[in-house]
Each structure stands twice: as structure tokens, then as C-alpha cells.
Design a protein around this ligand. Sequence first.
Ligand SMILES: *[C@@H]1O[C@H](CO)[C@@H](O)[C@H](O)[C@H]1NC(C)=O
Ligand SMILES: *[C@@H]1O[C@H](CO)[C@@H](O)[C@H](O)[C@H]1NC(C)=O
Length: 345
Amino acid sequence: MRWITSAPVALLALPTPISALIRFQCSQLVVERLDPLVTPGEVPSPHVHQIVGGNSFNATMSPSKDMPGESTCTTCQFSEDFSNYWTAVLYFRARNGTYQRVPQRSNAGFEGATGGGMTVYYMQDPLYDTAQKSKVKAFQPGFRMFVGNVNARTKDEAAKFRQLTYTCMSNAGSREHETVAFPQKPCRYGIMTSVRFPTCWDGVNLDSPDHMAHMSYPETGTFESAGPCPATHPVRTAQVMYEVIWDTSKFNSKDDWPEDGSQPFVWSFGDASGYANHGDYVFGWKDQALQNILDTSCYASSCGGKTQDITAMNKCAGLKPTVNENIGVDDWLTALPGGHMTESR
Ligand SMILES: *[C@@H]1O[C@H](CO)[C@@H](O)[C@H](O)[C@H]1NC(C)=O
Ligand SMILES: *[C@@H]1O[C@H](CO)[C@@H](O)[C@H](O)[C@H]1NC(C)=O
């Protein structure tokens, strides 16, 4: 199968050799202004997102309906993973003030995934721990969470979310020098955003008003240093991480960059600092599928779960958008969808 044969390529792209880890690709389901977690029922939502996963994704996704369990297919490699994973979308702002969407590319080894999509990880232990032996609890039906602060525009405001980063990639394997602000120079291969969610659950609530309070970072140290979970959030979950690669290559000419020396990329809600990096997660694995895989010491897609190849993933991609508007794929927009303009304070 393509996944297995491509694994060594993917391995090369990681900082150290690993032998046990859940790591897989999802093709892009749809790119549009919907956000069933933060603004359920709102059509359109305030800013553009790129979404992967189960095809029952829609504007409401009430947890009581067990969505995304109603999906009939998924754009993810694990065919029993109907979760939805999403992030904001990156735009390039030209000197004349118009915007164009930055395309995405998949991680090495996952070429051909529609729209580039994203690579998703569920880690029991740090990425560099080859054993992945810790016992962690899988999320439950109806579980969802958010991480980040859409309004963060300063380093201090972003500091609460130390694990939301950018990597300026010179090649497919670049993983060094993660920053919390946007890279300030052109990145030949692209800009990777890494979104790492907190890993301690209160064990009771599937969601919370800010979609974050039911989760916590470890009390001391980090997930990577095996810091203990606080008493308020005692249940250790897997660390969910997204890697999204923004293929900036066609926007890398310094002649097109702002004359004041600033960088030209901006999130779909207007943040040009990068400090407002954020991600959304709606759990949707079938039955015990995720727990079963987490309980297996394994690598990437060879974890015993049911998988599908890129062709099957891509068949599920291309969901018809609910919101009919120009999101600036090839056109230059005078404002970001929803009327946002570049701003930083
Ligand atoms: C989303 O899907 C659910 C389940 O199929 C449906 O009940 C709901 O009306 C849909 N919401 C929207 C806004 O389409
Ligand atoms: C704005 O800049 C872009 C990129 O350089 C260019 O393609 C586009 O034609 C310009 N639009 C106008 C109205 O000048």
C-alpha cells in the first residue's frame, strides 16, 4: 500500500528516527467560512477555514446528534476517523493591498492528497520517544476543543499557547527553529504551522464555553517532559498535533514584499503577526477505534486500524461549500472574505 511504502520518506522528514507513533494524512474536505465549534449555525462564519475529515461537517454539528458520526466517508487515511480538524487559512497581501490565498502542500510521502490537507498526530509520548508506551485515554463521542487566541497580536498574548508554532521550511525535511510569530524572511519550501493541543482533560466535560477550559496543559513541565496533569484536569489524553504546510513559493520574491521590510502573510482574519495561530478539533472516531490504536505500540498508519489510500481519501474530498463566495484562490481580493483587512497592534 502506498502509505506503508512511503513511510521511510516521511521518516526522513522528522527530526529523529521514530518507530511508534500515530501519524497520518488527511486530504482537504472543503475551504470555506464555517465554524461549527466557535460559531455554530452561523452561515457564513467570521473567517475562512480549511477543513479535513468526515463529510458530515456542516454549520451546526450539534454534539447531541453525534456528528461527525453521521459521515459516510472521511478524507483521512484512517477510514474510521470521521473527526473534523480545521485551521484558519493563510493569505498573501500584495503591495497594492490585494489578497490571494496561499496554497497548501502535503508532507513528504503524502503527495497527491487533495488540497495538500494536513498531517495529524496522536502522540502518547513526545515525538522523539520511539516507544510511545504511555497509556492515554481516547476522546469520547461529542468531544471537541479549540486552542489559541484569535485576538492575540503580541508575544505576551501568545505566550499562554507555547506550542503553536511556525517553521520556515527550506526543504521538505525542515523542522528546526520553530517560532511563535510568522517567519520574517521568505521560506523557500513553505511555512509549516504546527498546532499542538493541551493534553489534560477534566474527565467530565466534552466541551466548555470557550472550548478550552475542559482541557489544560500539564501542571508543571510539558507534555514532552511528561509533566503531571493538574488535579482539576486529571485525565491524560493523547497529544493531538496538526502540521499544515503553506506553499509560499510563488510569493517569495522580495520584489513583491512590503517596502517597509515587514512580511506579507496574513491569517484569514487579518492577523499579520502570527500570534493568533489556532486550531479546532471535533472528535469523530468510530466506536473504540482510536483507543484500540492508542493501546498499540505502532508507527504511523500500520497501527492495526482500518486505513484507505490517497485515492479513496480524495474521493471524499471536494465537499460542496455551503457558503458561495470568492475565497481568492487565483483572484486578487480587495479584502479578505468577511471584510477583514491586515491589522496588527
Ligand atoms: C447539519 O447536519 C445535521 C445532521 O444531518 C442536520 O440535522 C442539520 O440541519 C445540518 N445543519 C445545517 C446548517 O445544514
Ligand atoms: C495587485 O497586485 C497583484 C500582484 O502583484 C497583481 O496581480 C494585480 O493585478 C494587482 N491588482 C491591481 C488592481 O493592480
